[in-house]
Design a protein around this ligand. Structure first.
Ligand code: OSB
Ligand code: MG
Length: 377
Protein backbone atom coordinates (compact mmCIF):
# COMPACT_ATOMS: atom_id res chain seq x y z
CA UNK A 1 0.00 0.00 0.00
CA UNK A 2 1.04 3.56 -0.66
CA UNK A 3 -0.83 6.17 1.36
CA UNK A 4 0.42 9.63 0.51
CA UNK A 5 -0.52 12.16 3.18
CA UNK A 6 1.20 15.28 1.86
CA UNK A 7 2.74 16.55 -1.36
CA UNK A 8 5.02 19.54 -1.01
CA UNK A 9 5.94 21.65 -4.04
CA UNK A 10 8.87 24.03 -4.15
CA UNK A 11 10.42 26.16 -6.81
CA UNK A 12 14.15 26.69 -6.46
CA UNK A 13 16.54 28.53 -8.75
CA UNK A 14 19.96 27.27 -9.72
CA UNK A 15 22.32 29.21 -11.95
CA UNK A 16 24.13 27.16 -14.61
CA UNK A 17 27.93 27.59 -14.70
CA UNK A 18 27.57 28.46 -18.37
CA UNK A 19 24.54 29.10 -20.58
CA UNK A 20 23.12 26.06 -22.39
CA UNK A 21 21.80 26.70 -25.90
CA UNK A 22 19.67 24.39 -28.04
CA UNK A 23 18.13 25.24 -31.43
CA UNK A 24 14.99 26.69 -29.79
CA UNK A 25 16.39 28.71 -26.90
CA UNK A 26 19.04 29.40 -24.24
CA UNK A 27 18.96 28.71 -20.49
CA UNK A 28 21.15 30.60 -17.98
CA UNK A 29 19.37 29.78 -14.79
CA UNK A 30 17.12 26.81 -14.10
CA UNK A 31 13.83 27.29 -12.29
CA UNK A 32 13.35 23.83 -10.80
CA UNK A 33 10.15 22.36 -9.38
CA UNK A 34 10.88 19.88 -6.58
CA UNK A 35 8.30 17.53 -5.13
CA UNK A 36 8.49 15.90 -1.72
CA UNK A 37 5.88 13.28 -0.85
CA UNK A 38 5.21 12.04 2.68
CA UNK A 39 3.18 9.02 3.77
CA UNK A 40 1.24 8.28 6.96
CA UNK A 41 4.30 6.64 8.58
CA UNK A 42 6.66 9.56 7.97
CA UNK A 43 8.47 8.09 4.95
CA UNK A 44 9.50 10.65 2.35
CA UNK A 45 10.31 10.61 -1.34
CA UNK A 46 11.72 13.27 -3.65
CA UNK A 47 10.91 14.06 -7.27
CA UNK A 48 11.90 16.72 -9.77
CA UNK A 49 9.93 18.15 -12.65
CA UNK A 50 12.24 18.73 -15.64
CA UNK A 51 9.96 21.24 -17.39
CA UNK A 52 11.73 24.41 -18.46
CA UNK A 53 10.72 28.02 -18.04
CA UNK A 54 9.55 28.29 -21.66
CA UNK A 55 7.62 25.76 -23.79
CA UNK A 56 10.47 25.31 -26.29
CA UNK A 57 11.12 21.61 -25.64
CA UNK A 58 7.60 20.40 -24.93
CA UNK A 59 4.34 22.31 -24.38
CA UNK A 60 4.90 22.10 -20.61
CA UNK A 61 6.65 24.71 -18.46
CA UNK A 62 7.41 24.84 -14.77
CA UNK A 63 4.32 27.04 -14.30
CA UNK A 64 1.93 24.75 -16.18
CA UNK A 65 3.35 21.80 -14.24
CA UNK A 66 2.82 23.56 -10.91
CA UNK A 67 -0.79 24.27 -11.93
CA UNK A 68 -1.38 20.71 -13.15
CA UNK A 69 0.04 19.15 -9.99
CA UNK A 70 -1.92 21.42 -7.63
CA UNK A 71 -5.22 21.08 -9.44
CA UNK A 72 -5.32 17.64 -11.03
CA UNK A 73 -2.37 15.35 -10.24
CA UNK A 74 -1.98 15.78 -6.48
CA UNK A 75 -5.71 15.54 -5.67
CA UNK A 76 -5.96 12.19 -7.43
CA UNK A 77 -2.84 10.77 -5.80
CA UNK A 78 -3.95 11.99 -2.36
CA UNK A 79 -7.52 10.74 -2.67
CA UNK A 80 -6.87 7.32 -4.19
CA UNK A 81 -5.99 4.16 -2.28
CA UNK A 82 -2.89 3.14 -4.20
CA UNK A 83 -1.43 -0.36 -4.26
CA UNK A 84 1.92 1.24 -5.06
CA UNK A 85 3.66 3.74 -7.34
CA UNK A 86 3.11 1.42 -10.31
CA UNK A 87 -0.62 2.21 -10.05
CA UNK A 88 -0.24 5.98 -10.46
CA UNK A 89 0.22 6.05 -14.23
CA UNK A 90 -3.04 4.24 -14.91
CA UNK A 91 -4.93 6.42 -12.44
CA UNK A 92 -3.77 9.69 -13.98
CA UNK A 93 -3.75 8.80 -17.67
CA UNK A 94 -7.52 8.28 -18.29
CA UNK A 95 -8.51 11.65 -16.81
CA UNK A 96 -5.62 14.01 -17.54
CA UNK A 97 -4.44 14.61 -21.10
CA UNK A 98 -0.76 15.41 -21.43
CA UNK A 99 1.03 17.18 -18.55
CA UNK A 100 3.53 14.31 -18.55
CA UNK A 101 6.28 16.18 -16.69
CA UNK A 102 3.83 17.22 -13.97
CA UNK A 103 2.66 13.61 -13.59
CA UNK A 104 6.23 12.34 -13.62
CA UNK A 105 7.43 14.59 -10.80
CA UNK A 106 4.85 13.14 -8.41
CA UNK A 107 5.05 9.57 -9.72
CA UNK A 108 8.84 9.40 -9.41
CA UNK A 109 8.73 10.86 -5.90
CA UNK A 110 6.36 8.02 -4.94
CA UNK A 111 8.76 5.41 -6.37
CA UNK A 112 11.58 7.02 -4.39
CA UNK A 113 9.49 6.84 -1.23
CA UNK A 114 8.76 3.16 -1.80
CA UNK A 115 12.44 2.36 -2.32
CA UNK A 116 13.38 4.16 0.92
CA UNK A 117 10.58 2.44 2.81
CA UNK A 118 11.73 -0.98 1.56
CA UNK A 119 15.36 -0.01 2.20
CA UNK A 120 16.45 -0.90 -1.30
CA UNK A 121 17.93 1.26 -4.01
CA UNK A 122 15.65 2.94 -6.51
CA UNK A 123 17.70 1.24 -9.22
CA UNK A 124 16.91 -2.25 -7.97
CA UNK A 125 13.27 -1.40 -7.26
CA UNK A 126 12.90 -0.40 -10.93
CA UNK A 127 14.59 -3.58 -12.16
CA UNK A 128 18.05 -2.13 -12.70
CA UNK A 129 20.90 -4.60 -13.11
CA UNK A 130 23.99 -2.43 -13.64
CA UNK A 131 26.15 -0.80 -10.99
CA UNK A 132 27.88 1.71 -13.23
CA UNK A 133 26.69 3.58 -16.27
CA UNK A 134 28.61 5.01 -19.19
CA UNK A 135 28.26 8.77 -19.36
CA UNK A 136 27.96 11.06 -22.34
CA UNK A 137 27.97 14.84 -22.54
CA UNK A 138 25.55 17.08 -24.37
CA UNK A 139 27.27 20.25 -25.58
CA UNK A 140 25.09 23.27 -26.30
CA UNK A 141 25.32 25.30 -29.50
CA UNK A 142 28.62 27.22 -29.73
CA UNK A 143 29.65 30.36 -31.55
CA UNK A 144 31.89 28.73 -34.14
CA UNK A 145 33.13 25.30 -35.22
CA UNK A 146 36.63 25.68 -33.72
CA UNK A 147 35.30 26.62 -30.26
CA UNK A 148 33.01 23.59 -30.37
CA UNK A 149 35.71 21.20 -31.59
CA UNK A 150 38.08 22.30 -28.83
CA UNK A 151 35.44 21.86 -26.13
CA UNK A 152 34.46 18.45 -27.47
CA UNK A 153 38.09 17.32 -27.43
CA UNK A 154 38.45 18.46 -23.83
CA UNK A 155 35.39 16.48 -22.77
CA UNK A 156 36.59 13.36 -24.55
CA UNK A 157 39.88 13.67 -22.66
CA UNK A 158 37.93 13.90 -19.37
CA UNK A 159 36.60 10.41 -20.05
CA UNK A 160 33.14 11.02 -21.50
CA UNK A 161 32.11 7.99 -23.54
CA UNK A 162 29.79 9.79 -25.94
CA UNK A 163 29.90 13.34 -27.28
CA UNK A 164 26.60 14.88 -28.35
CA UNK A 165 26.59 18.24 -30.09
CA UNK A 166 23.54 20.38 -30.65
CA UNK A 167 22.94 21.57 -34.20
CA UNK A 168 20.62 24.06 -35.91
CA UNK A 169 20.37 25.53 -39.41
CA UNK A 170 23.56 27.50 -40.11
CA UNK A 171 25.41 25.65 -37.36
CA UNK A 172 25.47 22.12 -38.62
CA UNK A 173 27.69 20.61 -41.33
CA UNK A 174 30.83 22.65 -40.60
CA UNK A 175 30.38 22.19 -36.84
CA UNK A 176 30.12 18.41 -37.28
CA UNK A 177 33.09 18.35 -39.66
CA UNK A 178 35.32 20.32 -37.28
CA UNK A 179 34.31 18.18 -34.30
CA UNK A 180 34.83 14.90 -36.15
CA UNK A 181 38.28 16.06 -37.26
CA UNK A 182 39.24 17.09 -33.73
CA UNK A 183 37.99 13.87 -32.09
CA UNK A 184 39.22 11.38 -34.66
CA UNK A 185 37.20 8.91 -36.71
CA UNK A 186 36.54 6.38 -33.95
CA UNK A 187 35.19 8.74 -31.28
CA UNK A 188 31.51 8.19 -30.38
CA UNK A 189 29.91 11.35 -31.76
CA UNK A 190 26.25 12.24 -32.31
CA UNK A 191 24.09 15.30 -32.98
CA UNK A 192 20.79 16.55 -31.55
CA UNK A 193 18.71 18.99 -33.63
CA UNK A 194 15.77 19.50 -31.24
CA UNK A 195 13.32 19.72 -34.14
CA UNK A 196 15.10 22.45 -36.09
CA UNK A 197 14.66 20.89 -39.54
CA UNK A 198 12.06 19.72 -42.04
CA UNK A 199 12.08 17.13 -44.83
CA UNK A 200 13.20 19.92 -47.17
CA UNK A 201 16.58 19.63 -45.38
CA UNK A 202 17.04 15.94 -46.24
CA UNK A 203 20.20 16.76 -48.23
CA UNK A 204 21.92 17.93 -45.03
CA UNK A 205 21.20 14.59 -43.36
CA UNK A 206 22.45 12.55 -46.30
CA UNK A 207 25.61 14.70 -46.16
CA UNK A 208 25.99 13.91 -42.45
CA UNK A 209 26.12 10.16 -43.25
CA UNK A 210 29.76 10.74 -44.20
CA UNK A 211 30.71 11.47 -40.56
CA UNK A 212 29.73 8.09 -39.08
CA UNK A 213 27.62 9.59 -36.32
CA UNK A 214 26.25 7.18 -33.71
CA UNK A 215 22.83 8.71 -34.30
CA UNK A 216 20.93 11.88 -35.18
CA UNK A 217 18.54 12.87 -32.41
CA UNK A 218 15.11 14.35 -33.19
CA UNK A 219 15.84 16.17 -36.48
CA UNK A 220 12.18 16.89 -37.34
CA UNK A 221 9.10 18.23 -35.53
CA UNK A 222 8.67 17.60 -31.78
CA UNK A 223 5.53 15.50 -32.26
CA UNK A 224 6.34 13.86 -35.58
CA UNK A 225 6.56 10.14 -36.29
CA UNK A 226 5.60 9.93 -39.99
CA UNK A 227 8.16 12.27 -41.58
CA UNK A 228 10.97 10.78 -39.52
CA UNK A 229 10.14 7.45 -41.22
CA UNK A 230 10.57 9.09 -44.61
CA UNK A 231 13.88 10.62 -43.56
CA UNK A 232 15.17 7.39 -42.00
CA UNK A 233 14.63 5.58 -45.32
CA UNK A 234 16.89 8.12 -47.03
CA UNK A 235 19.84 8.06 -44.62
CA UNK A 236 22.19 5.45 -43.23
CA UNK A 237 22.77 7.06 -39.83
CA UNK A 238 20.23 5.85 -37.23
CA UNK A 239 17.62 8.38 -36.12
CA UNK A 240 17.01 8.56 -32.37
CA UNK A 241 13.71 10.00 -31.20
CA UNK A 242 13.49 12.13 -28.06
CA UNK A 243 10.62 14.69 -28.05
CA UNK A 244 8.25 12.53 -30.14
CA UNK A 245 8.22 9.59 -27.73
CA UNK A 246 5.80 10.65 -25.01
CA UNK A 247 4.11 7.29 -24.48
CA UNK A 248 4.77 3.60 -25.05
CA UNK A 249 2.40 3.65 -28.05
CA UNK A 250 4.51 6.33 -29.72
CA UNK A 251 7.51 4.02 -29.38
CA UNK A 252 5.33 1.30 -30.93
CA UNK A 253 4.50 3.64 -33.82
CA UNK A 254 8.18 4.45 -34.30
CA UNK A 255 9.06 0.76 -34.49
CA UNK A 256 6.15 -0.13 -36.78
CA UNK A 257 6.84 2.72 -39.20
CA UNK A 258 10.64 2.71 -39.05
CA UNK A 259 10.80 6.33 -37.86
CA UNK A 260 13.97 5.70 -35.90
CA UNK A 261 16.23 2.94 -34.60
CA UNK A 262 17.03 4.23 -31.09
CA UNK A 263 15.00 5.89 -28.31
CA UNK A 264 16.19 8.51 -25.83
CA UNK A 265 14.11 7.85 -22.70
CA UNK A 266 13.69 10.74 -20.26
CA UNK A 267 11.38 9.66 -17.46
CA UNK A 268 10.04 13.20 -17.07
CA UNK A 269 8.95 13.39 -20.71
CA UNK A 270 6.88 10.19 -20.51
CA UNK A 271 5.02 10.71 -17.18
CA UNK A 272 7.45 8.76 -15.02
CA UNK A 273 9.03 5.39 -14.37
CA UNK A 274 6.08 3.14 -15.22
CA UNK A 275 5.90 4.47 -18.77
CA UNK A 276 9.71 4.52 -19.03
CA UNK A 277 9.85 0.82 -18.14
CA UNK A 278 7.07 0.04 -20.64
CA UNK A 279 9.04 1.80 -23.39
CA UNK A 280 12.27 0.12 -22.28
CA UNK A 281 10.63 -3.33 -22.38
CA UNK A 282 8.92 -2.77 -25.73
CA UNK A 283 12.19 -1.59 -27.26
CA UNK A 284 14.08 -4.54 -25.75
CA UNK A 285 11.59 -7.01 -27.27
CA UNK A 286 12.11 -5.32 -30.65
CA UNK A 287 15.91 -5.11 -30.34
CA UNK A 288 15.79 -1.30 -30.30
CA UNK A 289 18.47 0.09 -27.96
CA UNK A 290 17.59 2.96 -25.62
CA UNK A 291 19.59 5.43 -23.56
CA UNK A 292 18.78 7.96 -20.87
CA UNK A 293 18.69 11.65 -21.76
CA UNK A 294 18.89 14.60 -19.41
CA UNK A 295 17.14 17.93 -18.97
CA UNK A 296 19.74 19.87 -16.98
CA UNK A 297 18.34 18.37 -13.77
CA UNK A 298 19.58 19.01 -10.26
CA UNK A 299 21.02 16.11 -8.30
CA UNK A 300 17.52 14.83 -7.52
CA UNK A 301 16.40 14.40 -11.12
CA UNK A 302 19.85 13.06 -11.97
CA UNK A 303 19.50 10.31 -9.36
CA UNK A 304 16.23 9.21 -10.94
CA UNK A 305 17.86 9.16 -14.37
CA UNK A 306 20.82 7.14 -13.06
CA UNK A 307 18.48 4.58 -11.46
CA UNK A 308 16.51 4.19 -14.69
CA UNK A 309 19.64 3.97 -16.83
CA UNK A 310 20.72 0.89 -14.85
CA UNK A 311 18.07 -1.22 -16.63
CA UNK A 312 19.53 -3.73 -19.10
CA UNK A 313 18.42 -2.28 -22.46
CA UNK A 314 20.03 1.12 -21.81
CA UNK A 315 22.81 0.40 -24.29
CA UNK A 316 24.30 3.80 -25.13
CA UNK A 317 25.89 6.22 -22.64
CA UNK A 318 23.38 8.51 -20.90
CA UNK A 319 23.42 12.32 -20.70
CA UNK A 320 24.37 11.99 -17.03
CA UNK A 321 27.12 14.54 -16.53
CA UNK A 322 28.37 15.09 -12.98
CA UNK A 323 26.91 17.86 -10.78
CA UNK A 324 30.03 20.02 -11.20
CA UNK A 325 29.45 20.31 -14.93
CA UNK A 326 26.24 22.23 -14.33
CA UNK A 327 26.40 23.86 -10.87
CA UNK A 328 28.82 25.54 -8.46
CA UNK A 329 27.08 23.48 -5.82
CA UNK A 330 24.35 20.83 -6.19
CA UNK A 331 21.47 20.31 -3.75
CA UNK A 332 22.38 16.71 -2.86
CA UNK A 333 25.18 15.00 -0.98
CA UNK A 334 27.25 13.39 -2.17
CA UNK A 335 27.21 15.26 -5.46
CA UNK A 336 27.09 13.20 -8.69
CA UNK A 337 30.53 12.43 -10.10
CA UNK A 338 32.07 10.61 -13.05
CA UNK A 339 35.22 8.49 -12.88
CA UNK A 340 38.15 8.97 -15.27
CA UNK A 341 36.80 6.21 -17.51
CA UNK A 342 33.53 8.05 -17.94
CA UNK A 343 31.29 6.00 -15.64
CA UNK A 344 28.83 7.13 -13.00
CA UNK A 345 28.36 4.75 -10.07
CA UNK A 346 24.83 3.55 -9.30
CA UNK A 347 24.38 3.75 -5.50
CA UNK A 348 22.94 0.22 -5.25
CA UNK A 349 23.79 -0.18 -1.57
CA UNK A 350 21.93 2.91 -0.43
CA UNK A 351 18.17 3.17 0.06
CA UNK A 352 16.07 5.21 -2.38
CA UNK A 353 17.82 7.50 -4.82
CA UNK A 354 21.10 7.05 -2.95
CA UNK A 355 21.87 10.70 -2.23
CA UNK A 356 20.52 12.97 0.50
CA UNK A 357 18.88 16.31 -0.13
CA UNK A 358 20.68 19.25 1.48
CA UNK A 359 17.58 20.64 3.19
CA UNK A 360 19.20 23.87 4.41
CA UNK A 361 20.40 24.67 0.94
CA UNK A 362 17.03 23.84 -0.62
CA UNK A 363 15.33 26.03 2.00
CA UNK A 364 17.64 28.92 1.15
CA UNK A 365 17.04 28.54 -2.58
CA UNK A 366 13.23 28.27 -2.29
CA UNK A 367 11.27 30.97 -4.13
CA UNK A 368 7.80 29.49 -3.81
CA UNK A 369 6.26 26.67 -1.78
CA UNK A 370 2.93 24.90 -1.40
CA UNK A 371 1.91 21.98 0.82
CA UNK A 372 -0.97 19.90 -0.45
CA UNK A 373 -2.64 17.54 2.01
CA UNK A 374 -5.74 15.39 2.00
CA UNK A 375 -7.69 18.23 3.63
CA UNK A 376 -6.40 21.02 1.37
CA UNK A 377 -7.32 19.48 -1.97
O1 OSB B 1 17.18 17.46 -26.17
O2 OSB B 1 18.27 16.25 -24.87
C1 OSB B 1 17.78 17.34 -25.12
C2 OSB B 1 18.63 19.87 -22.37
C3 OSB B 1 17.45 20.61 -22.34
C4 OSB B 1 16.45 20.30 -23.21
C5 OSB B 1 16.59 19.26 -24.12
C6 OSB B 1 17.75 18.50 -24.15
C7 OSB B 1 18.80 18.85 -23.28
C8 OSB B 1 20.09 18.18 -23.25
C9 OSB B 1 20.89 18.28 -21.97
O3 OSB B 1 20.58 17.65 -24.22
C10 OSB B 1 21.34 16.99 -21.43
C11 OSB B 1 21.86 17.16 -20.00
O4 OSB B 1 21.04 17.21 -19.06
O5 OSB B 1 23.07 17.23 -19.84
MG1 MG C 1 17.25 15.68 -27.27
Amino acid sequence: MLEIKEIELREIRLRLKEPFAISSGVVNERRILLVEVRDEDGNVGWGECPAGEAPNYSPETIDTAWHAIENWVAPRVLETELTGPEAIHSILEPEIRGHFMAKAAVEMACWELKARKQEISLSRLLGGTRDKIATGISIGIQSDPEVLAKKAKGYLAQGYRKIKIKIMPGKDLEFVRATREALGEDAPLMVDANNAYSLADAALFTALDEFDLLMIEQPLAWDDIIRHATLQKRIRTPICLDESITHVDKAGDMIALGSGKIVNIKPGRVAGFTASIQIHDLCARNKVPVWCGGMLESGIGRSHNVALASLPNFLFPGDLSPSSRYWEQDIVTPEWTMDENGFVTVPVNKPGMGVEVDRDRVENLTEKQSILGKETV
